[in-house]
Design a protein around this ligand. Structure first.
Ligand code: KIV
Ligand code: NA
Length: 269
């Protein structure tokens, strides 16, 4: 079983792999492939729940999906992503929401979209035994303020990200996701920290990489420019579903081998 300590110690040594999963069968496949961390991302809002942003995702939805992923995972570290406004409003409530992911959904860690307001919270969570993965750069829960634009492109913004990265490491985060930032900024942050950085749209110099599993599989429409599609699951699903519809309509399915043996019934009346 991989632990957050193992992940920490991979910084600068072995490339770290992380993928999202939102259900048991996908988690089982991702885990069997040897992926180090499975992120139950709030990207589930777009990827599986049909919303057009992550904002509507609730603590209960995250808990339910995290529990499903945890049940199907043997080796990987399972990280529950804390949804919009589940943290940051009130400290006690934030801790309770994060704690539920470990107590009730068997997560190994939580991920927080970070800013100046999450440094103290990260410290409290780490003290309480809740491992924190920090997330800086593009934080999609800020979409109404920032859009989905690349972050850290000016010197001031880049410095702010580096300062926040250091502050969260200091506060006890075990790793840091960097999303959609310039590659040279990600490289500098990676150099400055001892905890591993895990990049998405952040170049090749991070300690690890993360992608949304739907984008990797080729399932769904809007793929960000920095994602790479490694398969065409959508076509495979279309083919299977069309095949089923055609077979029922043509009477080909069910054939005898799919039907229960007929019972020895007397004539019914
Ligand atoms: O929700 C998510 O999938 C994420 C990753 C893209 C880092 O936050
Ligand atoms: Na997320």
């Amino acid at each position: 079983m991989t632990t957050v300590r193992d992940v920490r110690s991979m910084a600068g040594r072995d490339p770290i792999t992380m993928l999202t999963a939102y259900d048991a069968p996908t988690a089982a496949l991702v885990d069997a492939a040897g992926v180090d961390l499975i992120l139950v991302g709030d990207s589930m809002g777009n990827a599986t729940l049909g919303y057009d942003s992550t904002l509507p995702v609730t603590v209960d939805e995250m808990k339910s999906r995290t529990a499903a992923v945890s049940r199907a995972t043997n080796d990987a570290v399972v990280v529950a992503d804390m949804p919009f406004l589940s943290i940051g409003v009130d400290e006690a409530q934030s801790i309770e929401h994060c704690g539920r992911m470990l107590k009730e959904a068997d997560a190994d860690a939580v991920k927080l979209e970070c800013g100046p307001h999450t440094v103290e919270l990260t410290k409290r969570l780490a003290q309480l035994g809740i491992p924190v993965m920090a997330h800086l750069g593009l934080t999609p829960q800020q979409v109404k303020q920032t859009g989905y634009l690349r972050q850290g492109t000016s010197k001031e913004e880049a410095q702010e990200i580096l300062d926040l990265a250091r502050a969260h490491e200091e506060a006890g985060a075990f790793s840091l996701v960097l999303e959609h930032v310039p590659a040279n900024l990600a490289a500098q942050v990676t150099d400055a920290l001892t905890i591993p950085t895990i990049g998405i749209g952040a170049g090749g110099d991070c300690d690890g990489q993360v992608l949304v599993v739907n984008d990797v599989l080729g399932l769904g429409e809007r793929v960000p420019p920095f994602a790479k599609q490694f398969g065409d699951v959508q076509s495979a699903m279309e083919e299977a579903i069309d095949g089923y519809v055609d077979a029922v309509e043509s009477g080909e399915f069910p054939a005898d081998e799919h039907s229960h043996v007929e019972a020895d019934l007397d004539e019914l009346y």
